[in-house]
Design a protein around this ligand. Sequence first.
Ligand SMILES: [Zn+2]
Length: 60
Amino acid sequence: MATYDLVCNECGHEFEVFVQGFLEDKDRVCPKCDATDVRQKFSSFLRNLGCSAPAGSGFG
Ligand SMILES: [Zn+2]
């Protein structure tokens, strides 16, 4: 499972998509205006790993 941050080039709406593997064309659709002209902001894969880390493990 990976999360991708996308930005719609049509309306500027920023949204996230959750996919099992790689981002496919069918996933690149703006939920707000249905535009397929969206771009990827950045890969949040590493960020997600950090967020899912159990609290209190390390840094103690
Ligand atoms: Zn849009």
